[in-house]
Design a protein around this ligand. Sequence first.
Ligand SMILES: Nc1nc2c(ncn2[C@@H]2O[C@H](COP(=O)(O)OP(=O)(O)O)[C@@H](O)[C@H]2O)c(=O)[nH]1
Ligand SMILES: [Mg+2]
Length: 354
Amino acid sequence: MELQLEVVVAVLSALVALGAAGWLLWKRPAAGLLEDEAAQGQAPAASVGVEDSSLADRFFRGLARSREALSRSLGLALGGAGPLDERLDQLEEALIAADVGARTASSLVEGLRRQARADDPPERLRALLRAELLGSIGPRVPLAGPPSSGPLVVLVVGVNGSGKTTTIGKLASRFTRQGKGVVLAAGDTFRAGAIEQLRVWGERAGATVVAHQEGADPAAVVFDGIKAGQARGADVVICDTAGRLQAQKLLMDELGKVVRVIRKADPAAPHEALLVLDATIGQNALSQAREFKQVVGVTGVVLTKLDGTARGGVVVAVHKELGLPVKLVGLGEQADDLREFDPEAFVDALLGPA
Ligand SMILES: Nc1nc2c(ncn2[C@@H]2O[C@H](COP(=O)(O)OP(=O)(O)O)[C@@H](O)[C@H]2O)c(=O)[nH]1
Ligand SMILES: [Mg+2]
């Protein structure tokens, strides 16, 4: 009886020991992973983008609407039984439904007509379409690196509600996590709320916010922001602007003046003039882009709201019709929902699985 009890106790302690060891083993890798993640977040990286294995997934989810529009006809067009010409017509319609735009869709399909043969298997047609789409989107273009002297000056423009201030907040937090000194200039003086919104993002990111009163001259705010950045040896100055005034002409005049004054503070600036476009408005984004492009020497596009029900096919047209690269994409409202644009991941998400 006594012996049996000893055996039971021994077995129980062994089980407890095994359990504890198992718990430790289970716990250790988890803690290690978190440490790695924290270290990654703090490590100064060479560029604003950090490779993210989930980017492809997030594109895939964000492009559901455009992909569904495309996939209804894509299978038929690529693998259907009819004459190739008819199937390519169907493909053109499908591309338009996916918000690629009529002109771009037509030129993509022209490219296919030149290369495709009637007896091409669906995989080859798909590969040709993929190549045409990538050609239309153009290569990956990263954000400008640090200038030879003074801070990198980034001007951010776009219509009201496109996501400028949010993008600036995300960019600021990305840069401060890389250990960079960041100044934000509250150049949207049209509403007091806009200044406050930038302050909140600045505080969250650990960036300095330079602001004047509501109604102040935006060019003066931006000038002060750059001067402050230069004086304190900041790495980056990001300038917010208004997206709406009493009239579009006033807005464009104001932006023209902002650019001229930025050049007074630093003749090489702005090093980046980012146009923020809302992906959910599809082709309308293009006409906005043309106007801004004329007034501000736009160097790249930030496409926001590519999460949810975005009309993401517009990305394909931005480069082809405007000659502007999409540099960054917004995939949500949180600080880390900004990514460098990856054309290949994007096209694969748009086309869906083969
Ligand atoms: N889902 C989603 N919402 C966004 C994104 N970027 C901005 N927003 C939202 O769009 C709205 C307008 O953004 P805001 O930055 O104030 O636009 P601004 O007027 O151009 O400065 C806000 O509600 C943002 O939270 C994005 O990438 N995804
Ligand atoms: Mg704003």
